[in-house]
Ligand binder design. Structure first.
Ligand code: DP6
Length: 412
């Protein structure tokens, strides 16, 4: 087989996800097993996703990977664990058209080329490892004819990055913490698909940050070691919230959803403060956005916007419906206008129809001014991304989208 020149490849697209009940803390650092369950919403891959092409050829002499065009090392244990787990489940593959047959036992000897690309700026500090590992595992499973359902694949993606397990599904997704030592029950399951609650609009404010942030991995390790609040959260708070959140999602109960989402984000950041030394992920701009949303909801008399922040200053705002989202966008652009040399096209990305509908001419309507209050919002937003709940991973049939050359298996 060594002289053969064929290349077989698969290209997949996988969404990113944002937790509304947060994962923070591991009980097993190697298998990546969490101390509590979590729930996330998958974002529309048209706006935020990873594209990965995986390929195999007898002419490849070692496993190689390129991330956003740059070759990276696969020697880290997280990559190695994912590759080992997926290889051990590989099956016979036959491409009749090309006359290629790969026997199950050959996968151990064959090498892989992998190229991955995010459709959003890496510098944005948006969780790219979630979509990245999910896409790697999903694409390899297709290439190797692995006969496992998405939940079983999620347990492999989890070993790349915890939050990645939730990107194997669209809609709203729960990661069951599980209690088995081998982690086989620590898997993601879909709660509802992306059509269930498609009124929701998700606006991400990418907040400028000058400081280098503590990575999630080391931040959560420090919290596990030092925060008593984290222990209380994992044992007493999250199990109840998970049940309440499942109910809120099932019933499309935006009031409960907002209460739970905001409280859980705030408790996660309180845990970070309770860590020694304390970790500050949010900055003044993040705090300004929280104040804006709190004011808005109070003035509306009923929650219309939920906020959540991950391990960084970016705000993820979930609006109850499109009408609220359009008004919110008007308010946000009023409070955080683009710099004079920035045009709107590069300031609002994703579903730009929202900003078109918001209309930027003339005075901000009094009704919206009342909702955001008189407060002079300070801070800097680099740009906004408008999105919505989205679907899970898919294989792309269009070969022109592949990131690797079909003859050489090298990046295009
Ligand atoms: C704050 O999944 O990035 O985004 O498992 O160490 O790779 P590792 O951490 P990671 O942590 C994500 C933390 C979070 C909350 C969440 O997504 O649930």
């Amino acid at each position: 087989m060594a002289e053969e020149k064929w290349v077989v490849m698969v290209t997949a697209q996988t969404p990113t996800n944002i937790a509304v009940i947060k994962y923070w803390g591991k009980r097993d650092e190697v298998r990546i097993l969490p101390i509590n369950g979590s729930i996330s919403v998958t974002l529309d891959p048209d706006h935020l996703c990873t594209l990965t092409t995986v390929s195999v050829s007898p002419s490849f002499d070692r496993d190689r990977m390129w991330l956003n065009g740059k070759e990276i090392s696969l020697s880290g244990s997280r990559y190695q664990n994912c590759l080992r787990e997926i290889r051990s489940r590989a099956d016979d593959v036959e491409d009749k058209e090309k006359g290629i047959k790969i026997a199950k036992k050959d996968w151990e000897k064959l090498h892989l080329h992998i190229a991955s690309h995010n459709n959003f700026p890496t510098a944005a500090g948006l969780a790219s490892s979630a979509a990245g590992f999910a896409c790697l595992v999903f694409a390899l499973a297709k290439l190797m004819n692995v006969n496992e359902d998405p939940s079983q694949l999620s347990a492999i993606a989890r070993q790349g990055s915890g939050s990645a397990c939730r990107s194997l599904f669209g809609g709203f997704v729960k990661w069951n913490m599980g209690n088995k030592e081998d982690g086989s029950d620590s898997v993601a399951v879909q709660l509802v698909d992306d059509k269930h609650w498609d009124d929701l609009v998700i606006i991400i404010a990418v907040v400028s940050s000058r400081e280098k942030e503590t990575s999630s991995t080391s931040g959560m390790r420090e919290s596990v070691e030092t925060s008593l609040l984290l222990q209380h959260r994992a044992k007493e708070v999250v199990p109840v919230r998970i049940l309440q959140m499942e109910e809120a999602i099932k019933n499309r109960d935006f009031t409960s959803f907002t209460k739970l989402t905001c409280s859980d984000s705030n408790q996660f950041h309180a845990v970070c403060m309770d860590t020694s030394p304390p970790i500050f992920y949010m900055n003044d701009t993040s705090h300004s956005i929280i104040s804006l949303v709190e004011k808005w909801n109070r003035s509306a008399g009923t929650p219309e916007i939920a906020y959540t922040f991950d391990a960084g200053p970016n705000a993820v705002l979930i609006a109850k419906n499109r009408k609220v989202a359009v008004e919110l966008m008007q308010g946000l652009l009023y409070c955080f206008p683009p710099k004079p040399d920035t045009d709107m096209k590069s300031y609002v990305l994703g579903d730009t129809s929202i900003v078109k509908e918001a209309g930027l001419e003339g005075e901000l309507p009094q009704g919206i001014k009342d909702k955001i209050g008189s407060q002079d919002q300070k801070g800097e937003v680099s740009y906004f991304i408008c999105s919505r709940p989205g679907r899970g991973p898919v294989v792309l049939q269009d070969q022109t989208q592949a990131l690797l050359h079909p003859q050489t298996g090298l990046p295009k």
